[in-house]
Design a protein around this ligand. Sequence first.
Ligand SMILES: [Zn+2]
Ligand SMILES: [Zn+2]
Length: 295
Amino acid sequence: MKEKSASPPIADPDLPSFDLGHVYDRWPNLNIPYGGGRQGGISDSARSPVTFLFTGESGERYGYHDRYDDEGTFLFFGEGQEGDMRFERGNLAIKSHSSRGKALHLFRTVVEGKGKAKRKLQKYLGEFIYQDHEWVTAPDLKGNLRQAIIFHLAPVARLERLELSPAVEPDEGMTLQEFRSRAIAASKVDGSGDSKKGSRTIYERSRAVRDYVLRRAAGKCELCEQPAPFRRKGGLLYLEPHHTTRLSDGGPDHPQFVAALCPSCHREVHYGEHAHEKNSALKDRLQVLELSDPS
Ligand SMILES: [Zn+2]
Ligand SMILES: [Zn+2]
């Protein structure tokens, strides 16, 4: 097999970026530049806005096959070798990534080379959002049956389209504070067992965050502070949601990590010469804005 060289990702600790299908060497390419433990299937970084997920060779871990379902949602087995799984450490990191402004980057282990040159590398499958989870009965490492968590992870691209879609629900007399409370609740997932029970869908949660952020901006770009350049069909001022801790926009991040930008600033903060500085300034501004809020 011809060995691919794993080139290091962009050395910007603020916005880890990976190429779809590219093969990375975990320690030098992921953990050294961006942090996180070098062992285990879930590696949450303390210093970069990223949680790495690794699905094993052929997707198998503890006898369970991680896989895509028919809708393109990735089913990822939780962490814990013996006994019932719990929402702590890696499992908690996945469940709380949106409210912590962390991106979930998923990799599949591949083996390259032969004999002594054989090594395990990580192929990038893309960025995902925690959607919900289910509990299943499955054997642990010792073969005892236990309760295990299967995470349902939605590809971020699915939610990116939603956020640019024109519909903003009628506000039904809600105040800005009410929009804010709804958005913050949407960024969190309650701690009670099965989230399918009465929980809002990932789409509704993303929309709740977007709708609040657009109202917080009150028609002005949150970077250049100029009025939105035009109105949408239906009359609302046009601004675009931007997620400051991720390369892809989409998902129910805490509103502290989401800005409403004019199209020009939005392009610049992604592709401009000073993208990094602009995004950093935006992050600082949002932090002040959201933390100075009494609620
Ligand atoms: Zn602007
Ligand atoms: Zn953006």
